[in-house]
Design a protein around this ligand. Structure first.
Ligand code: FAD
Length: 386
């Protein structure tokens, strides 16, 4: 896509906004019991999540709105769709089946056969959850130093190690695991794994916020991996495989994650307006300042996402919108708790939930410190402010 088509984006936004309206109450249910997603798989938004992230060639009936056809190929449209779903409920959206991040990794690295096998599975009727396994117990931010080991075994490999904080892994049928075949950043591979593989065990990690993300711990003990499971093994040089795919996936997903945070910000600010329509003085100014900050950051996020679609943007700007969106989510929920008055966090279940959920964005897809390092590299090179 070269320049964004405003009719396409407007049609997508209003269609999803309408469908996401019903998610608030269900989000509270999923917060109490993340497995409750199973009771809501018939909702149109679940189908939208699947159709919005599977390439059209694998779908019998792609997502069509007002004569336009949509899939995950546009970062801008993906970010808008996710922002609207997150305005409904971010936890619900993350608990949905579908490709999410692993799909972007398969699209970036997989050969035709791997892409076809993966997408035919996630596009098939029924519900297939996937995971994207990068973070390790000892190596979170320093992902290039990951230790999960892929060692030769006959004509294939064995996988040993552990992952932590991986969304949906305990419920998924398949996913992508980043692992080390050789020393150094270029020794990393991405392998496609079925969760029924002997030696793979995943369990849910109890969390306080964004419980719909269902983050999980995974252990691999001598899991057999065939060469065909290594993404891009036949078609890409080792230096263009694992880590390159991880970085491309994270960068492509950061505006989408920023959209998730900004959807939550809009939800919390609208909630304050509904609950306190008569705010005056400094309280009103404080709310208006946050509404303005949201509008400016949404605009910036769309610019960054559109630039990714046009192949024009760098890591510094992507990092900038991600970290500012996470910060705004924290600032808005703190302000909302104060503006709604003493006891609001105890008496208002939606505020309590949004307040807890907002804390997760700081960590997802790299902490603020890591994003700021990328921003400052851009400032030093002169690319950030250009
Ligand atoms: C809701 C949620 C969903 C997630 N989903 C996934 C998923 O699907 N797949 C996946 O692989 N991971 C996932 N994660 C994990 C996430 O990517 C990690 O939490 C994140 O990368 C940080 O790693 P860590 O928690 O190990 O923190 P650490 O890397 O241990 O960092 C701890 C602290 O040290 C700081 N720090 C670390 N290195 C530096 C540095 N070089 N300079 C300055 N400060 C530094 C960090 O900013 C942080 O404050 C998820 C996390 C959450 C909260």
């Amino acid at each position: 896509m070269s320049e964004p088509d405003p009719h396409r984006t407007a049609a997508l936004r209003s269609h999803i906004r309408e469908s996401a309206g019903e998610l608030r109450g269900i989000g509270l249910e999923i917060d109490r019991d993340p497995e409750a997603i199973d009771r809501w798989l018939h909702l149109p938004v679940v189908d939208i999540m699947r159709k919005a992230t599977v390439p059209v060639e694998y779908l019998e009936r792609p997502l069509r709105i007002d004569g336009h056809t949509y899939d995950m190929s546009s970062c801008l449209e993906h970010s808008i769709a996710i922002e609207e779903l997150s305005y409904g409920d971010a936890g619900f959206m993350l608990a949905c089946p579908g490709p999410l991040m692993s799909g972007v990794a398969v699209a970036a690295l997989g050969d035709d056969k791997q892409r076809q096998a993966y997408y035919e599975r996630v596009a098939a009727p029924g519900s297939t959850w996937t995971f994207f396994g990068l973070t390790e117990p000892e190596k979170g931010s320093a992902a290039a130093e990951l230790e999960t080991a892929l060692t030769p075994d006959g004509d294939g490999f064995r996988l040993n190690g552990a992952k932590r904080y991986v969304g949906n892994a305990a419920f998924a049928q398949l996913g992508v695991v980043f692992c080390r075949r050789a020393p150094g950043p270029l020794g990393i591979e991405a392998v496609l794994l079925d969760t029924t593989a002997p030696g793979l065990r995943a369990e849910l990690i109890p969390t306080v916020g964004l419980r719909g993300a269902r983050i999980s711990a995974i252990r691999f003990e001598d899991v057999r991996v065939e060469r065909e499971q290594i993404l891009g093994y036949e078609t890409l040089k080792p230096s263009r495989r694992g880590l390159v795919g991880a970085i491309r996936t994270l960068q492509r997903f950061r505006p989408v994650l920023a959209g998730t945070a900004l959807g939550l910000v809009r939800a919390v600010l609208d909630h304050v307006r509904e609950e306190r329509p008569g705010l005056t003085g400094t309280d009103r100014l404080r709310l208006e300042e946050l509404v303005d900050a949201l509008a400016a950051l949404r605009h910036r996020n769309y610019e960054v996402a559109a630039a990714i679609d046009a192949g024009r943007t760098g890591a510094d700007r992507i990092a900038g919108v991600k970290t500012r969106a996470a910060e705004l989510a924290e600032r808005s929920t703190l302000a909302a708790a104060e503006l709604l008055g003493p006891g609001a966090l105890l008496a208002d279940p939606l505020l309590d939930k949004l307040y807890r959920d907002a804390r997760a964005f700081e960590f997802m897809e790299g902490t603020g410190h890591i994003q700021r390092l990328a921003v400052f590299q851009g400032v030093l090179k002169g690319t950030f402010l250009r």
